[in-house]
Every structure is written in C-alpha cells, then in structure tokens.
Design a binder for this molecule. Structure first.
Ligand code: ZN
Length: 729
C-alpha cells in the first residue's frame, strides 16, 4: 500500500469547490495551506512495523475495494489513531534521516513520498467526515487534532537533517536522469520544504511553528462560526399570505422543512441555498426577502459569540507575518508563487480586463429591473434583496423562461445518469451502483467506475442533499488517491458532496439549472481524480495548481448546456418526454442574461480576497470599513453585494483558496479555450477526448500545468473564447 499522506494533504485533501455555491470549505491546517503544494511520504517498512492495534482506523480495511469501513468507525477512535499514526510516520522519517547511505532519489525523496500512509488513511476519513457528517464531537476532535497535525507537519518541514538530504539530491538533479514524474516529485518536495521554512534560522523556525498552530486553529474557528450562524437563522412562517409568489414545489419543501424541525402547519425557510435562493427569487413579500437576504449577508457580522471580524483580522495579520518570514512581501505573493498566475499583478491584470465592462453591463441590468418595478407601480428603488426577484421577472418577460418550468426536466436521477452517459461517450466509462460498498450516510450512493472492459478503475460516492451535519456548498474530495504501489495500480476512492433540492412527499428531487451545472462541475473534478494515472499520490489527480484545478471541472459544465445532451437525458420526470427544443432555445438565448450581475458579484469577491492578502502592513482598522472601501474602489454598485463578505468568506478564511478566489476566472479562461477544441471537432469527438484525457486528466500534477495544456491544445490559452462566452468582447 502506498498512499501516504501528509504534507501533501495539502493538495490531495483540499476539496475543490463549485464556483458559485461552495461556501464552507474544508478547513485545512494552516501551514498546509500555505505551503501550496504538497508531498507525501510513505514507507515500505510500514507493514513490518505495523502494530496489532484494535483501532479500526489503523487496520487494513477488509471491505470491498478497501474503502473505509464507515459503520465500524467510532468517534473515540480518531484521536488515538492520529497519535499512533503520527508516531509511525515519525519513525519512518527517522529511518530516512538515519540512513547511512548517501542520499539518493529512492532512499530520500521516494521514501519520504511513501511514508505516512497510515496517517493519510486516518486523516482523509476524518477530514472528509468533518465536512459531510459533522457534529459537536467531531468539531471538538478537530480542535484537538489540528495542533497535533500542525506540529507534526512542522516537525517534518523543519527537520534539518531531512532537508539536508533532500537538498543533496536536489543539487545533483541534472545528473540523476530522472523521468518526468520523478523530476517533478523532486522539485515539488524541495520547494515545499523551502516554502515550509526549511531554510529559516532556528529562531525563525520556532516563530513559524507558532504561526502555523495559530493559523490552523483560527481557520477552524472561522468555519465553525459560519456553520453556527447559518444554522442559527430560521424564518418560520405561519400565515399563508406570506407565501405569495412562491412556486408550489418551494412551498412543499418549506412544509417538509418545518415538519423536520417539529412545526406543524408552518413553512420554514433557512439559509441553505435550496431554501434561500428560491425565496428571494419568487417571494412577493419584499420585507421577507430583505429579512432572508440580510440574514445571509450578516453571518459572522452580528457582534455575537460567532462574530468573525476579529478572526479575519488575526488571520490576515498572521498570514502576512508568515509570508514576510519566508521572504515574501505579502501572503498573495507567497501563494501565487506556486500557481500559474505567478504573482498578484497577473491576477489583478485579468480581473481588470473583466470588471469594468461587467459593472457597465450590471448598471444596464439595474436600469431594466428598475423599469420593470416602476411599470408595476412598485414605488421602490431597487435594493440588493430585489435583484433576484426582479431579474427573474425580466427574464420571464424577455425570454419567456421561468426557472420552475425547467425543474421537471431536471430530475436528479436523470441529470446524474446524463453526466454518467457523457463520461461514457467521452472516455468509455461505466458507472455501476454497488450497494455492497459501505457508505457513511444513508443518503450517500456508491458506484463502481468501470472501463469499457468491465475492469474497475475507481469508486465514486455521491451524496446530494443538505442536512445539519453537512457544510454548505458542493465539493469533490478523495478518500484515497490513485497511485502505484510496487508497480500495481491502486484505484482512487472519490466523493462528490452537494446540497441540492430535496425530494418531497410527492415529488422527486427536481433541480434548478444552477444545480445541474454544479453537478457537472463537481463531476469534472471527480473525473480528474478517477482518470488519474500517476505514480505518486502527491502528484496524482487534482494535485495541480489551484488556478488550473478548476479547468477540468468547469469544462464539464459546457456539456450540460449542449442540446444533444439535454435532449438525450433531461426528460420530464412524469411523462418521460425529452426537453422541448423551444425550451432549449430559450435557455440558450438567455445564457448571457444577468451576466453583469454574476460576473461583478464574483469578481468583487476575487478582489476582496486579493485585497486582504496583499496588505503589507498589519491591519488595525475595521473589517467592514476595509471591505466597503475595497468595493468602492472597484466601482461595485450598491445593489450588488460581493458574493462572499469577509465574515463568511470560508473559501479564503477556512478553506484552501486564500489569495486564490481569482482562480475560477483564471481557469475559466482556459476552460473556454479548451472547450473550443471540442466544439471545433465535435463535442464527443473521440480524438479530442482522448487527447484531453491523456494530456490533462490522467496526468495530475506530474508536469507543469501550462506544458500539459500546450500538449492538448498545441498552444497557450487565449482569452477570446472567455470574453465571447461572457459577452464582454
Ligand atoms: Zn470546483
């Protein structure tokens, strides 16, 4: 077994979130975050040294395909398992350090890569379940584990003897005749150590340890506060008149929601997206729209025990201190040094190409909304909580398209089978449900992912509906990454987690179009994990720069809107009739509708992230004032609120996207350019799909992302297709 983990949990373990909905991300231990790319370690000695523990997490799993034996795991197993696995990993590292032979690629770099697999096993399960199946006990365990892992990570990065060996190998890299993947592993390992502080003086190393520990705890705190604030808001309606404007399906969902919370004859609305978005889109009750909207945007900013303003301040200041310590002028420079963008200026440059035209378009959209409100005699000035409501009305008037008209064609099971079929046509894969494979919750489904010849090449979990124990958003993650162990392929175990519209007593889960795109998006990440064919865990699957990782996911969204796909798979849940051409035409015509809003809202968040992380002096001001100033600076209009305000911007304060929210746009430029290759040759063109698989999806981070892209496209990406898609040219 070679799975190993650790330093590299960085990458492997970061979940890739959907661009619109993701929200709460996984928290990643502070240091790990910062080092950007990761490494693994692992070790062949492990079998010999394995103790006969009764802790299930430390055993070899006796389950189909070696997936985690979820039902047998007890919460009290985690902390002892972490402690034991950390000890084993330390012993493995010691063995590398004390090897009396001269350092070689095999006895140092590869040995490190192969160490820590037991810890990886424990950590993957725990980290994934703290996002998808958490409770107060899991949160308490996370707080106990975070400093242990942070210290352990530092013990490795700051181990002088270990770094001396790595450096010795690195210094002779030109003479070693390494293959592409080995050379990349050496490079990433060396740079990871440098970024982890290996070159610092002893005194600074101690400072770094303290910073990492604190950063890890603050990220946890931030995420917990957001979850608590999201769960704390409820709007219980008991007067049917308050439901004016809401579609029947939304009312039914609210009744079911109320019942779940012990209320009869009532309708319950929450800040979960499937509840919030339809409410602010359809409710005729302006005061209630305002209440829901403000409930959402004030999370973490209520001056209560879950307030995140001080947490934000501490996080940005400690990140700055850490970046300075490592020789960077700010946190963004530290992060981007490791990404395709290379520096904050390049990220700002891209945002600057987009934001001014997006705001101009948004202003025109605002005029249209105001005009419509005036024509109805509403006697209001459009505010942020009116935008969804009136833009839906404008859409109906302009394109005769009602989101609710579409839902019957987007039955979850049909969309899921549609995305399976698309993967089948492109890459020859089959998805076969297997109820023998253990799952962690009754809502989760397990699939064998098979090649055309029936051989199993991966396991895929899908877990679709919101629950109190699940963080908001949608993400893909791995329980085990693909890699080779002694020449034998170890198949990946991948999970896609969503928060989609639930079924009700008399209706199946009927998605909205945004949810359809989300499913295709996360499935794109899943394919990146499933089709991986890499030697080393720490280079496999989604272990690529953050501003490249959203490309394989975003490109999949394109197929969801292709008429050929829609007609074949999006059939009416009652009649089985294919989605009518007229409706497809309406969807396509309205494709750029509200784009000014969507792009401004997103780009504002990307700016806000970059603003927080390009500070070069400790921040002593007021968080809300800073945010307002930044938004004014880029000209964001008052009727649009930045997609994530600072106090609930979990991507950047609790997850792995600090100084990285721009990545969705960066990757979309590449995805638009890449999809053009498919539209030119045919969306299911075998040769194009084969090239995309062989040059990108199967290659993980084994080569520079731009080089991989050039192998697929024959050149660097151009921005034209992106501007065209967004209507910005
Ligand atoms: Zn994503």
């Amino acid at each position: 077994m070679c799975a190993a983990f650790f330093l590299y949990r960085l990458l492997s373990n970061i979940k890739w979130y959907h661009k619109l909905k993701q929200e709460n991300m996984k928290r990643i231990i502070g240091m790990i975050l910062l080092s950007g790319i990761i490494f693994t370690a692992c070790n062949t000695e492990i079998k010999k040294e394995e103790k006969m523990s009764t802790n299930i997490l430390l055993q070899k799993f006796d389950t189909p395909f070696g997936v985690p034996p979820f039902a047998q795991i007890k919460q009290e197993d985690y902390v002892p398992a972490y402690k034991e696995a950390i000890q084993q990993h330390k012993a493995e590292i010691e063995a590398i350090v004390n090897n009396t032979d001269e350092p070689t690629f095999e006895n140092t770099i590869e040995a490190l890569e192969l160490s820590g697999q037991l810890l990886g096993q424990v950590d993957n399960i725990f980290e994934n379940l703290t996002s998808a199946l958490t409770d107060s006990t899991m949160q308490a365990i996370a707080k106990e584990v975070s400093p242990l892992m942070s210290a352990h990570s530092d013990d490795i990065y700051l181990n002088n003897k270990l770094f001396t060996r790595i450096k010795a190998v690195y210094n002779q890299k030109d003479k070693l005749e390494l293959g592409t993947e080995q050379a990349m592993l050496l490079d990433k390992t060396y740079k990871g150590f440098v970024r982890g502080g290996a070159n610092l003086a002893d005194k600074d190393k101690e400072t770094l340890r303290g910073l990492n520990k604190e950063l890890g705890m603050l990220a946890l705190q931030f995420g917990e506060n957001v979850l608590a604030e999201t769960n704390a808001f409820e709007m219980l309606l008991t007067d049917e008149a308050d439901l004016a404007g809401l579609p029947e399906g939304i009312k039914q969902a609210a009744v079911a929601n109320a019942k779940d919370h012990g209320h009869e004859n009532a309708w319950l609305f929450t800040l979960d997206k499937p509840s919030l978005i339809p409410f602010i889109t359809y409710s005729d009750k302006r005061d209630l729209r305002e209440k829901m909207f403000k409930g959402y945007i004030m999370r973490g900013d209520n001056n209560n025990v879950n307030d995140n303003k001080e947490v934000v301040k501490s996080l940005v200041n400690l990140r700055l201190e850490k970046a300075n310590l490592l020789g960077f002028k700010n946190h963004a420079s530290f992060i981007l040094d490791n990404n395709m963008a290379k520096n904050p200026e390049n990220a700002f440059d891209l945002m600057g190409k987009v934001m001014p035209s997006a705001i101009e378009i948004a202003k025109k959209e605002r005029e249209e909304l105001q005009k419509l409100a005036d024509s109805e005699g509403a006697n209001i000035t459009i505010e942020a909580w009116d935008w969804w409501y009136y833009s839906e009305k404008v859409r109906k008037a302009k394109y005769d398209l009602d989101e609710e008209q579409l839902r019957p064609y987007f039955k979850l099971e049909n969309v899921r089978d549609g995305v399976f079929a698309v993967a089948g046509k492109l890459y020859g894969l089959k998805f076969v449900r297997n109820t023998e494979i253990p799952v962690y919750h009754k809502d989760a489904e397990a699939y064998e992912v098979q090649n055309a010849d029936g051989s199993v090449m991966g396991i895929l979990y899908m877990d679709f509906f919101p629950r109190a124990s699940k963080r908001a958003g949608a993400w893909m993650t791995s329980y085990r990454k693909q890699h080779y162990n002694n020449g034998e392929n170890v198949i990946p175990v991948i999970s896609v987690v969503c928060n989609f519209t639930k079924p009700t007593a008399d209706k199946p889960s009927l998605l909205n179009y945004d949810e359809v795109s989300t499913l295709f998006h996360e499935f794109g990440h899943a394919l990146h994990g499933l089709l991986s064919d890499c030697q080393y865990t720490s280079l496999s699957g989604t272990a690529v720069p953050r501003d490249f990782v959203e490309m394989p996911s975003q490109i999949m969204e394109n197929w969801a809107s292709e008429p050929e796909v829609m007609k074949a798979y999006f059939t009416h849940y009652k009649t089985g009739e294919a989605i009518p051409d007229a409706l497809i035409e309406k969807i396509q015509k309205s494709g750029k509708f509200n784009a000014g809003f969507a792009i401004s809202e997103y780009t504002a968040a990307a700016y806000l992230d970059m603003a927080w992380h390009t500070i070069t002096e400790p921040f002593t001001g007021d968080v809300n004032t800073f945010e307002t100033e930044q938004m004014n600076k880029i000209g964001l209009i008052n009727e649009i609120v930045v997609r994530y305000r600072s106090t609930y911007f979990s991507h950047i304060f609790a997850g792995g996207y600090s100084a990285g929210y721009y990545a969705y746009m960066w990757a979309e430029v590449i995805d638009a350019d890449a999809f053009q290759a498919f539209t030119e040759a045919g969306i299911f063109d075998k040769a194009t799909a084969k090239s995309f698989r062989e040059n990108i999806l199967s290659r993980g981070g084994t080569e520079d992302a731009m080089e991989l892209y050039k192998k697929f496209r024959g050149r660097e990406p151009k921005i034209d297709a992106y501007l065209e898609r967004k209507g910005l040219n």
